[in-house]
Design a protein around this ligand. Structure first.
Ligand SMILES: [Ca+2]
Ligand SMILES: [Ca+2]
Ligand SMILES: [Ca+2]
Length: 214
C-alpha cells in the first residue's frame, strides 16, 4: 500500500469513506427493520375521552387500552400516511364494539361482533389523513349533534351528521382491549406492500444518516 501514488491514496480514502457510509446505512436499515418488527404499541394514557374532539392521538398501529368502571368508551385519533384498505381488529376481555369516523366527525362504519365471537372487525377503504376510532363495551352508540343515537354496527346511516361522542347505553363490563390496525395499499398499479415497506425503510435509513451527520 505504501507504494501507491498519492492519487491512489485519495481514491482509497474515498473508498474508505464510502464503506463507512454504507456501514452506517446498513446499520440504519437494520435499526429501521428492528423497529418495524418490534410492533410498537400505543398504550392508552389514563382514560381516553369518549368525545371525538378530545380524542387521544394514537401513534402506533397497535393500541392497548382499558374500559374501566363507568367508562363510556375510548376514542383515538389516527393520522394515516397512506391510503388503502384499513382493517381494524378489536379483541379483549370486553365485548368489543368499534366504529370508524372521518376527519369531519362523520360516522362511517361500525362493528360489534365478527367471526362468531364477541370480538369486532371491520375494513374500510381510506385515504391518507385523519380518522377516529371509537371502542367500548357493547352496546355502543355514536351520538350526533341532534342527540340522535346510531348503534355502532354496519354502515352508518347516510346524513347522520357530525358525531360528538360515543357512549354505552346498556351496562358496562370493564376489561382490557387491543386494537390492531393495518392498511393494505390497493393493488391497481400501486406498489406491493413489501416494496412500499422497503422503500420506506430506505428513506428512513437516509433520513437517519442525514441526522447523524449533522
Ligand atoms: Ca378507557
Ligand atoms: Ca373513556
Ligand atoms: Ca362485540
Amino acid at each position: 500500500m505504501e507504494n501507491l501514488p498519492a492519487s491512489a491514496t485519495k481514491i482509497e480514502r474515498k473508498a474508505e469513506k464510502m464503506k463507512t457510509k454504507l456501514n452506517k446505512l446498513s446499520l440504519a436499515l437494520l435499526l429501521a427493520a428492528g423497529m418495524t418488527s418490534a410492533h410498537a404499541t400505543y398504550i392508552e394514557s389514563g382514560d381516553a375521552s369518549n368525545f371525538l374532539a378530545s380524542a387521544q392521538l394514537a401513534t402506533d398501529m397497535l393500541i392497548q387500552g382499558t374500559i374501566g368502571q363507568g367508562d363510556e368508551g375510548d376514542v383515538y385519533k389516527l393520522v394515516f400516511g397512506t391510503g388503502g384498505l384499513l382493517t381494524i381488529n378489536a379483541t379483549g376481555q370486553i365485548d368489543t364494539n368499534i366504529a370508524l369516523f372521518d376527519a369531519g366527525f362523520q360516522a362511517l362504519v361500525g362493528n360489534d361482533d365478527s367471526g362468531g365471537g364477541l370480538d369486532s372487525m371491520l375494513t374500510y377503504a381510506i385515504s391518507a389523513g385523519t380518522y377516529y376510532i371509537g371502542i367500548g363495551d357493547y352496546a355502543m352508540y355514536a351520538i350526533n349533534a341532534s342527540n340522535q343515537a346510531w348503534f355502532m354496527d354496519g354502515l352508518a346511516p347516510a346524513g347522520f351528521g357530525t358525531v360528538s361522542h360515543i357512549e354505552n347505553q346498556t351496562s358496562i363490563d370493564p376489561g382490557a382491549y387491543t386494537l390492531t390496525l393495518s392498511v393494505q395499499p390497493r393493488s391497481n398499479g400501486v406498489p406491493e406492500p413489501a416494496t412500499v415497506g422497503l422503500l420506506g425503510l430506505g428513506l428512513l435509513g437516509l433520513g437517519m444518516m442525514r441526522r447523524k451527520r449533522v
